[in-house]
Design a protein around this ligand. Sequence first.
Ligand code: BTN
Length: 317
Amino acid sequence: MTPSDLLRALRGRGGSASGEALALDLGVTRAAVAKHVAALRERGWRIAARRRVGYALEAAPDLLDADVVMPLLGTRWLGRDWRWHERTDSTNDDAKAAAEARAPHGTVVVAEAQDRGRGRLGRVWHSPPGENLCFSAVLRPDLAPAAAPPVTLAAGVAVAEAVEEAGVAGASLKWPNDVRVGGRKLAGILTEMAAEADRVRYLVVGAGVNVNTTRFPDEIAAIATSLRIALGRKVDRPEFCAALCARLEAWLDRFFTEGAAPVIAAFRRRAELPRAVRVDTGRGFVEGQAEDVDDSGALLVRTASGAVERVTSGEIA
Ligand code: BTN
């Protein structure tokens, strides 16, 4: 028996039950029940002990572990395998390792803190303990590598919708992966892929969302924001995390069944376009007026010569 089994038994009895009833349900002694209640309290669960009623579940901790988040999940396949770290280097790295070790489609890795959180183009992603969402999902779609980019756009749309569901209006998308509010970055997506020439082996979609952070390192203080800053109050991270999973699953399902068109249309509605851009493609810069995204998710930039360049990957400087 584990503390998680005890939680399930307590929930199964509507949130309150005597030690005796729980011991009976779980086939253990009352002393074992008391020991696991103590372990759960240690992890931040508020469990009252009342005369005549017994144990009563009062509040869950502000953690993103399976015990807290899975009961809130309404998804079919995303997050059905849930892996939590109190601290890790990078959930994207953990998800890749899990994928290599045969983790199923939809496996989610979350962490309370990352020591080497990675952004795009080798940047550092700031991930202080217990404040934000560091989330990575393993996907095993039946896709050619060239058809994968809309996954990043779908994740951006899902985050933007979850941000609005949390009460923050006007979440926009800066191609390809920034979710912004009031011109400041609130979240970023880092999609990584393992593929053969004609087939994706797996994708890892990582999302870093600034949920409750109120102070950023100096170098990003002027350009970053969080849900808490935008709302003026703390946000329930487990609820936000479950809402994001629901939106992400819905958009990925649409992409996998209907193709890129609905994802691109949803991205366009929120895209910060048209705008003047200088895009760092990793192989040089493309400068001009970004006008639109095409049907595969590439950015269309009209350069000074009047020609339109298709940028499939890069970062708007
Ligand atoms: C970016 O905007 O450059 C992308 C940021 C992605 C950060 C997330 S946090 C969870 C996952 N693990 C990582 O190391 N990175 C992504």
